[in-house]
Design a binder for this molecule. Sequence first.
Ligand code: ADP
Ligand code: ADP
Length: 223
Amino acid sequence: MLSLRNLVKVYPGPVSALRGVDLEIPRGMFGLLGPNGAGKSTLMKILSGLLEPTSGEVTLDGLDIVRHPEALRPHLGYLPQEFGFYPYLTGEAMLLYLLKLKGVTAPRGLKSLCAELLERVNLTFAAKRKVKEYSGGMRQRLGIAQALAGNPQLIIVDEPTAGLDPEERLRFYRLLAEVANERTVLLSTHIVEDVAMLCPRFAVIRQGRVVAITSPSEAKTSI
Ligand code: ADP
Ligand code: ADP
């Protein structure tokens, strides 16, 4: 369980990006839906330990993420909005490189872990191809492979379906749903279809505040 208490972020300016966010995020898939500028990326960066909040508290199963970001790392997988790619590496080489950067260890060796992860996201066929030849959907699946390394309790995905065509999007939804069976997946998006397809519950964020916590069926009847 991920808990956010009265989370505030003020950027120099000053810009109040988060104005006191309270949320309890259960296991499984949970969505964060809001228009551009609502504060989603700010929230995702705080949750992934990349940014310090101005005030407030975030805990993952009781672990204080704000005070101990390093303690969070083994429990966290992050798929950023734009996955930093090295297009001339093969998918396999890039994954291996990212696992090394992340400090992941594997009893049977990193190469065999890479093979397992590629299999998990259905990219075995493209392991030896250069990432620049991957489609948008294949890149996102490679992003999920690196996020899964180390079997984290929490995976954060930030606007993951932007730029995917409808077929790639469905395929990616299926993978995310599978991944969320065993952990918490927090999906941030401005695309209503993403939360409608995937998230039994989601929070609606606007101008730095959570304005509703709802489900796709409740949201439908209230519109
Ligand atoms: P979203 O991801 O929902 O589009 P953001 O978290 O990126 O929203 O932005 C929330 C608000 O904070 C916006 O008004 C944005 O302009 C502002 N903002 C984001 N990053 C910075 C920054 N580094 N410095 C100043 N303002 C920022
Ligand atoms: P996306 O997730 O972007 O839709 P696909 O997995 O559909 O990507 O694959 C993109 C390309 O790779 C397509 O040309 C597809 O036919 C091919 N492809 C997909 N899966 C396999 C596979 N298991 N073996 C061989 N080629 C595949």
